[in-house]
Design a protein around this ligand. Sequence first.
Ligand code: FES
Length: 190
Amino acid sequence: MPVLSPELRTDAERILARYPEGRERSAIMPLLYLVQSAEGRVTREGLKEVADLLGLKTAEVEEIASFYTMLRLRPTGRYVVSVCTNLACALRGATDVYAKAREVLGPGSEDMTEDGTFTLHEEECLGACDAAPVVQVNFANYDRTTPEGIVSLIDALRRDEPPPPSRGTFPGEFTRASRILAGLEPDAGR
Ligand code: FES
């Protein structure tokens, strides 16, 4: 069964149409986000379908997909909780925030919790060092997070009641956030 349904193939064509003739390969990132929006991650079949659309080898697409942490190749929860533990955040307690999240979500949550709700990810700098420690959920930022704060955040997500992020609006589940990154849904900004 193909990853890209007829509707998603139409979306893929819309994405490809944004690029000048001969430059369609520049569409690789939005096409990968489109595939991710269909399956909640980028599978081998998804890589192959993107490669076929762009006239590339699957291995070439995989090289790109495996470089970016916003693209997930492994099973992924509905909420990807990324905790920055880089220097500025570490100096302001991010290690404790990450440890608390891991304690609450349990072992194995770096892939996906058993109920499919969460993936916990230890992230490099998220580019918002002045708001350290920074946590992202499905690419929406939560600034100046504490260990207590991440417990509340996880509790709220378990109830599917994400609190408003520090900027913009919450993008929804990981699949919808991926459609936003593909440029196919409005983004209220961060
Ligand atoms: S070091 Fe955490 S956002 Fe930059």
